[in-house]
Write a protein that binds this ligand. Structure first.
Ligand code: DQA
Length: 137
């Protein structure tokens, strides 16, 4: 099984961001945990701080034979109709992941433009949100 794993803005700064919300692990350590926990899965990891680059990557994924798309969009889920429209095009299984519980934080994080164009969302359990998401695939 091949999974494309996309991370949005500021997630390259994990480890320096508030640990109360996002935990201790760096993005590299999250990648490592996934690879070690699921050795049978072929992960492709991509992170960008730029909305357009993420959308280009989603478009390009249509020409690859991925079985699933896992995305932690960071703040883009709260603000990007363009990201939503790009995800809508993707026919494979899509899972949204958040380290923190976006429904129990500031009101602006309760706005989620992508929630109904993904198959499932796992949030609020830090690294465990990712583990649950990959198991869902
Ligand atoms: C996040 C939640 C978002 O609200 C925030 O902007 C992030 C990280 C999470 O993983 O909890 O950058 O996606």
């Amino acid at each position: 099984m091949k999974i494309l794993c996309i991370h949005g803005p500021n997630l390259n700064m994990l480890g320096k961001r508030p640990k109360i919300h996002y935990g201790e692990l760096t993005l590299e350590e999250i990648y490592q945990t996934l690879v070690e926990t699921f050795p049978q899965i072929e992960f492709t990891f991509y992170q960008s701080n730029h909305e357009g680059e993420i959308i280009d990557t989603i478009h390009a994924s249509l020409d690859e034979n991925y079985d699933g798309l896992l995305i932690n969009p960071g703040a883009l889920c709260h603000q990007s109709v363009a990201l939503r429209d790009a995800l809508e095009i993707v026919a494979i299984k899509k899972v949204e992941v958040h380290l923190s519980n976006i429904n129990e934080r500031e009101d602006f994080r309760k706005i989620n433009y992508i929630k109904d164009v993904v198959d499932q969302c796992f949030m609020g359990k830090k690294i465990e949100s990712y583990i649950e998401a990959v198991k869902f695939f």
